[in-house]
Design a protein around this ligand. Structure first.
Ligand SMILES: C=C1C[C@]23C[C@H]1CC[C@H]2[C@]1(C)CCC[C@@](C)(C(=O)O)[C@H]1[C@@H]3C(=O)O
Ligand SMILES: O=C(O)CCC(=O)C(=O)O
Ligand SMILES: [Fe+2]
Length: 383
């Protein structure tokens, strides 16, 4: 790992190196010229078995649901219930998000990640924050680095937020990025609309009042993340994104045609074949808690390849920070959704987000570890 100091302003020869600002920076364009990858990117062999089979997950047609066709809605709800009880993963088509808008968002992802490092670092993530540019999270972690660059920013649909994404791009990168900001503003608006429709379908599939989750998330806070996975000279030694469950409630992911997303199901990693014009939907930890464990938070990862770059846009839906996460009662019985004893304590997204960012690296056991940490910290304050 070349840690020779260098100045950010000189757009260093793109190794992992200390920036003049003290953080560690990474840019792949020179790293990938080398025959091997730095040790920091090598993941334990237990995390790396190659997926040989395809995931059996439904591609749910939302057309009938959007047109109020009850029979088609029930069919979709049944497919969703079965998939979410098994692995928390399905894809959707006829989702109402315009193909042009989706393609623009992906094209602007290319435009951003092709910028010189100096420009990308003008958007660099601040320590302790989530928004901004990150190269392999090299400023946060020193091992098991993911072979990716990311750009993350927030979105909320509230009065006065009509320009929240546009203003972020203009303030961080300059007026010439207003078009990029507008494309992502419109994309986040479309994703929010789709996420509320999916929340309604999830409620129907759980036998809860169909407006329950739609109302719970009507003032949702979202995190938009653009992932860029460069080609890698040793793809079998690293991962684009390590095995994890999203701590958020629901993820709507647009992936390009390259492939690399894998889901752990049936005791094996299984690859997800990209479906043209489909969007990937996966359940996160927060929704697993909202369904009292009936729907599974999807354990997934992203692998990289030797020859082709890959892009994905992940839209993470989160509840307003102070809302208490607890399963709603279904309309017909006093039991919570998901039935049986509560599996997780009440918590707020603010507490959980703080935990994933400051106390614990999000990975396969995040919610369980968070619940234990919460109980131990509440019993400590109670004594
Ligand atoms: C709240 C979040 C933290 C992460 C981005 C969103 C939802 C997914 C999380 C993440 C992708 C899970 C794997 C590890 C992680 C560090 C990453 O690879 O990016 C996580 C994100 C993060 O902490 O930045
Ligand atoms: O790029 C992908 O396909 C998955 C990315 C992911 O899981 C994430 O960003 O949380
Ligand atoms: Fe994820």
């Amino acid at each position: 790992m070349d840690l020779s100091p260098t100045s950010v302003l000189l757009c260093p020869p793109l190794d992992i190196s200390h920036s003049s600002a003290g953080g560690v920076i990474f840019d792949s364009s020179s790293l990938r010229q080398q025959t091997t990858i730095p040790k920091a990117f090598i993941w334990p062999s237990s995390d790396r078995p190659a997926a040989t089979e395809e995931l059996d997950a439904p591609v749910v047609d939302l057309g009938g649901f959007f047109h109020g066709d009850e029979e088609s809605t029930m069919r979709a709800a049944k497919l969703v219930a079965n998939a979410c009880e098994r692995h928390g993963f399905f894809q959707v088509v006829n989702h109402g998000v315009s193909e042009l808008l989706a393609r623009d968002a992906l094209d602007f992802t290319d435009e951003f990640f092709r910028l010189p490092l100096c420009d990308k670092l003008r958007a660099r993530r601040k320590p302790g924050g989530v928004w901004g540019y990150s190269g392999a999270h090299a400023d946060r972690f020193s091992s098991k680095l993911p072979w990716k660059e990311t750009l993350s920013f927030g979105y909320r649909e509230a009065a006065g937020s009509e320009r929240v994404v546009i203003d972020y791009f203009v303030s961080v990168l300059g007026e010439e990025f207003e078009r990029m900001g507008l494309a992502y503003q419109m994309y986040c608006e479309a994703m929010t609309g789709l996420s509320l429709a999916i929340m309604e379908l999830l409620a129907i599939s759980l036998g809860a009042d169909r407006m329950t989750y739609r109302e719970f998330f009507d003032d949702s806070r979202s995190i938009m993340r653009c992932n860029y996975y460069p080609p890698c000279q040793e793809p079998e030694m690293t991962l684009g994104t390590g095995p994890h469950c999203d701590p958020t409630a629901l993820t709507i992911l647009q992936q390009d045609h390259v492939g690399g997303l894998e889901v752990f199901s049936g005791r094996a990693w299984r690859y997800v074949r990209p479906v043209h014009n489909a969007l990937v939907v996966n359940i996160g930890d927060t929704f697993m808690a909202l369904s009292n464990g009936r729907y599974k938070s999807c354990l997934h990862r992203a692998v990289v390849n030797r020859h082709r770059e890959r892009r994905s846009l992940a839209f993470f839906v989160c509840p307003r920070e102070d809302k208490v996460i607890r399963p709603p009662p279904p309309p017909s019985s006093s039991e919570d959704v998901g039935g049986g004893p509560r599996l997780y304590p009440d918590f707020t997204w603010a507490q959980f987000m703080d935990f994933t960012q400051r106390h614990y690296r999000a990975d396969m056991r995040t919610l369980r570890s968070f619940a234990k940490w919460l109980e131990s910290s509440s019993s400590a304050t109670a004594t």
